[in-house]
Design a protein around this ligand. Structure first.
Ligand code: FE
Length: 189
């Protein structure tokens, strides 16, 4: 796949359809400037601000854009909130649809065929592989991202974080916790 992509890039460059420098800038932007820290700040705000929390669940696209995170692959967003009785997991069974403005570029495993098929058939097994073991009575809902709609999981706020401010809370929010293959980190004692 790597070779095919590079071959395609060479042909398109030779024909003058793309500028490799522009491609490098795009990739660098999504790898370094835009990334899961954006999503983490959205989650942290929802944890501390009840009004924002309600807005985020009602109209995620607008609520997220109000924090300056918008653009390609994030035009239509839906936030799904974890609760004690329900855990959410996001996949794109067709390809690799992913909310770039809040999470950056998808990890390799997210694009892999085994994750894409097994997340639907055996979500509990997939979670166990990621080290997340939920009680049997916790329902797992799997959300299939599409080109039209991208999902972001709102993880549960960890216990013992009552005195933490928004920035400190954001540091507990991992990329995987916003895909649903992880949980928010516990605060260090
Ligand atoms: Fe996709």
């Amino acid at each position: 796949m790597d070779l095919r992509v590079r071959a395609l890039e060479s042909v398109l460059t030779q024909k003058g359809y793309i500028d490799p420098a522009a491609l490098d800038r795009l990739i660098d932007t999504y790898q370094t400037r835009i990334g899961p820290r954006n999503g983490a700040s959205v989650v942290a705000r929802a944890w501390v601000d009840a009004e924002f929390h309600e807005w985020l669940l009602r109209d995620a696209t607008a609520a997220i854009a109000s924090m300056g995170y918008a653009g390609r692959q994030g035009e239509h967003m839906q936030v799904v909130a974890n609760a004690p009785e329900r855990h959410n997991l996001v996949v794109c069974t067709l390809c690799s649809c992913y909310p770039w403005p809040v999470l950056g570029l998808p990890p390799t495993w997210y694009k892999s065929a085994p994750y894409r098929s097994r997340a639907v058939r055996d979500p509990r097994g997939v979670l166990a592989d990621f080290g997340v073991v939920l009680a049997e009575e916790v329902e797992i809902r799997v959300w299939d991202s599409t080109a039209e709609l991208r999902y972001l999981v709102l993880p549960e706020r960890p216990v013992g974080t009552e005195s933490m401010d928004e920035a400190a809370l954001a540091s507990l929010v991992t990329r995987d916790s916003m895909i649903g293959t992880g949980l928010a980190l516990k605060p260090s004692p």
